[in-house]
Design a protein around this ligand. Structure first.
Ligand code: ADP
Length: 395
């Protein structure tokens, strides 16, 4: 029996057909640049990739491509144990995966104001998948759920209480599936029980966040009400002075929406470098002498190190630091510089080991005597499939 995992973003759909226990992937795919003329789907089967254009450029077209590929593989509803859906925002309602019922859909819809780009796309994905596989259980796995057990001191903002009680203004945290997955894998690599471990995990992709994980539970994280708070990211600013909106409205005549759009889409690595939000491109440009690219990488690393240090506050000791996500799994340079900045915590990189841990290789990257830092490739699809399977087994 297979599990189908769907991750519907605002302009892309990722899917994977896999076996949760073994992790075997029968089919995976990415439909990207949806709602544009360049929309396409890339399918991977037995290590072979193929690419198809998506003339309609919408979700329905992406789904049609997925369904015809499943048909070609001879997979129908009867072969599926579950469909697992990544849902970005579960608000305060969900601290665990949920079997999708009309009530759960309503609750996901109620979180749309908290994630106006993501939750509607997630809901569209659920509707299309339920139409295609009406007899298969559908499970929502929330990005925010893992952080729902953070203590109040970590999730409350110091703002008027009424904003919290009436408008749900609090810190939620994201990337929970990834933080939880790599924490589990790190425990396995350390040969320790996750429940005894105290970890800091850094998920560094286009979006970036760090988390403090004590005994397998999230104790704090860098993202907040939305995924804008915290670290410098590809195009997101991370933390800025909250007076920025008012200042730019007065001084530059910008509207609230314009400032918000720029903080999400034109800031971060892209804003600092005026070149690109892509770390790989920036590292190449910085090596070629591009000053903006070098500055962007330096600010990224500095803010990352500061945030990792902050994440040690809820812990009584640090058993390991874990890097994951496209940057965390591939940029030995970002990892090395971050560990150098964290010398005060005793970190010392092992340069060779650090250079080896790229392109999906996991491993320890610190020298003897240093607290361990590890690279652990994330696998959100597998985690979503596992969580969906676990929920159905316990039901
Ligand atoms: P997403 O958050 O969209 O899933 P990824 O986890 O794939 O994104 O991370 C994308 C980031 O990883 C980009 O900034 C990309 O440049 C970076 N990245 C990927 N490979 C490398 C590499 N070899 N060196 C440096 N950065 C890399």
């Amino acid at each position: 029996m297979w599990t189908l995992v769907l991750n519907c973003g605002s302009s892309s759909v990722k899917f994977a057909l896999l076996e949760p226990d073994s992790g075997e992937v029968k089919l995976s795919g990415l439909a990207e640049r949806l709602r544009s003329a360049e929309a396409r789907v890339v399918l991977t089967r037995n290590g072979q990739t193929s690419e198809l254009p998506l003339p309609t450029g919408d979700y329905a077209g992406a789904f049609k491509a997925l369904l015809s590929e499943l048909e070609r593989l001879g997979i129908g509803g009867a072969d599926l144990k579950a469909v697992g859906h990544r849902v970005v925002h579960g608000g305060s309602r969900f601290s665990a995966p949920a079997l999708i019922t009309p009530g759960v859909l309503e609750a996901i819809r109620a979180c749309v104001p908290l994630a106006p780009l993501h939750n509607p796309a997630n809901l569209e994905g659920v509707a299309a998948a339920q139409a295609a596989f009406p007899d298969v259980p559908h499970v929502a796995v929330f990005d925010t759920a893992f952080h729902q057990n953070m203590p109040e001191r970590a999730y409350r903002y110091a703002v008027p209480d009424e904003w919290y009680t009436r408008h749900d203004v609090r810190r939620y945290g994201f990337h929970g599936t990834s933080h939880a997955y790599v924490a589990g894998e790190a425990a396995r690599m350390l040969g320790r029980d996750l429940h005894e471990l105290q970890l800091v995990t850094a998920h560094l992709g286009n979006g970036c966040s760090v988390a403090s994980i004590k005994g397998g539970q999230s104790a704090d994280t860098s993202m907040g009400l939305t995924p804008l708070e915290g670290l410098v990211m590809g195009t997101r600013s991370g933390d800025v002075d909250p007076n920025l909106h008012a200042y730019l409205a007065r001084e530059a005549g910008l509207t609230l929406d314009e400032v918000t759009a720029a903080l999400n889409g034109k800031s971060g690595l892209l804003g600092l470098s005026s070149l690109s939000g892509d770390m790989r491109e920036l590292e190449a440009a910085a090596a070629g002498g591009h000053a903006g690219a070098a500055l962007a990488v330096e600010v990224f690393v500095y803010r990352l190190a500061k945030s990792i240090a902050a994440m040690t506050v809820p812990l009584t000791r640090l058993d390991a630091l874990v890097f994951t996500g496209g940057i965390g799994e591939n940029s030995a340079s970002v990892r090395g510089k971050t560990l150098e900045l964290l010398g005060i915590l005793g970190f010392r990189p092992d340069e060779e080991a650090n250079l080896r841990a790229v392109r999906g290789e996991s491993g320890f990257i610190t020298a003897p005597g240093s607290p361990p830092a590890l690279v652990v490739p994330t696998n959100e699809e597998r985690m979503i499939a596992r969580e969906a399977a676990r929920l159905l087994e316990s039901a």
